[in-house]
Design a protein around this ligand. Structure first.
Ligand SMILES: Nc1ncnc2c1ncn2[C@@H]1O[C@H](COP(=O)(O)OP(=O)(O)OP(=O)(O)O)[C@@H](O)[C@H]1O
Ligand SMILES: [Mg+2]
Length: 363
């Protein structure tokens, strides 16, 4: 049963679930403090997935991922069965379009469906559409509004819903990864005195298989580029050099339990490769975009947890570089392993952006 909040603000608990290429990342937040102004981490789990069951954001084996989801739910003992998940990748398209002002929701929907056909390379009956009115258009504010159109292939959404259902969860929000990232970053930036929200900020998520380089202006993503680079390259080298399985190598790498020559032979060159990759992404941004000079760079993703990686990147690109910690301004429930959470924090940006959606659902 849901009770109306005493503050007049109805809170709908929602667990944020990021299904990434290496793990299911689950996070539940709660509003606490005077007037519910701050957040507390109630529970979280990172349940590792076997190699390649999620590839390029596509779920290759729904069964296996569903079983991992069951384990994550069981371990974390979440208090709700309502979840927010995200879709991403080539089968997800977003576009800002202009529409006449004063249309009703149903008129807007009908017009957008026709409009969408131009942008979406799939038959319309295989696609789910959603839209959000952003506000008056800059060029014609009297007569037009900007509308954000989001479309995703149905099977991408259906796979995620099926996986949640296997663990007894209901998908209440299906977001787009980029917006979840933006959402988490907004909270992070607003609470970090070193970051000026009006500045141009780069957010670099260095994951296992991919690195995304986004630039935000006024806390909105204005540029984004993905590269096939990530921690799996180091994992593979560890596997070959020391004759370990993917699972063993991943574990040893996280715990730093590897032979003495690991640091000089594999880790240091990999850290240099990361710095090089970041530097190239920055140069590419400057050569292809006019969104302004980057004032601050924030590093997220699992590879951000590699010791001294921020220093190495700073050395390469200069300027102001920091580590993404979406929980910096939050308290943490005593049931949560705080040390583990802090180590995983940079990799939990998307899960955090999704968990935050609990607090902006319609009443
Ligand atoms: N403490 C650590 N030291 C070194 N590497 C780490 C550490 N923690 C995590 N990693 C590495 O970070 C990577 C996982 O990062 P992350 O969780 O951001 O990836 P992902 O979101 O699953 O991948 P992708 O975004 O490519 O789908 C793995 O390669 C993992 O080995
Ligand atoms: Mg990721």
């Amino acid at each position: 049963m849901e009770l109306p909040s005493l503050l007049g603000r109805q809170q709908i608990p929602l667990v944020g679930i990021d299904i990434s290429s290496t793990a299911i990342k689950l996070l539940e937040l709660n509003r606490v403090g005077k007037g519910g102004k701050s957040y507390r981490v109630e529970t979280y789990a990172v349940e590792t997935l076997p190699f390649n069951v999620v590839e390029d954001k596509n779920i290759k084996d729904v069964e296996v991922v569903g079983e991992a989801m069951q384990r994550a739910v069981k371990r974390s003992r979440i208090k709700t069965d309502r979840a927010a998940v995200a879709v991403a990748g080539a089968a997800v398209i977003t576009k800002t379009v202009q529409m006449p002002t004063g249309l009703s929701d149903s008129e807007m929907e009908a017009t957008l469906e026709l409009e969408a056909e131009q942008y979406i390379p799939y038959p319309m009956d295989e696609v789910s559409l959603d839209f959000e009115v952003i506000g008056p258009s800059e060029n014609n504010p009297e007569e037009e509004v900007d509308v954000l159109l989001a479309a995703s292939k149905n099977d991408i959404v259906e796979d995620r819903i099926a996986i949640l259902e296997m663990a007894g969860l209901k998908a209440k929000v299906v977001d787009i990864e980029m917006f979840a990232l933006e959402n988490a970053f907004t909270l992070l930036a607003q609470n970090d005195p070193e970051i000026d929200s009006n500045d141009v900020i780069a957010l670099i998520d260095i994951g296992a298989t991919s690195t995304s380089f986004s630039v935000l202006n006024d806390l909105k993503i204005v540029y984004t580029r993905e590269q096939a680079f990530g921690g799996n390259q180091l994992t593979e080298q560890i596997q070959h050099r020391y004759g370990l399985s993917y699972e063993e190598a991943s574990m040893a790498k996280r715990l730093g339990q590897l032979p003495e020559d690991y640091e000089t032979e594999l880790l240091e060159p990999f850290k240099e490769a990361i710095a090089q990759e970041v530097s190239r992404a920055v140069q590419y941004y400057y050569s292809s975009s006019t969104s302004g000079n980057i004032a601050h760079t924030v590093i997220a993703g699992g590879c951000a947890s590699i010791p001294n990686i921020v220093e190495q990147i700073t050395h390469k690109i200069g300027g102001h570089v920091t580590l993404a910690n979406p929980f910096a301004s939050m308290s943490v429930s005593s049931k949560v392993n705080k040390k583990g959470l802090m180590n995983d924090a940079p990799a939990l940006m998307i899960a955090c952006g999704l968990a935050l959606r609990s607090f902006d659902l319609p009443k």
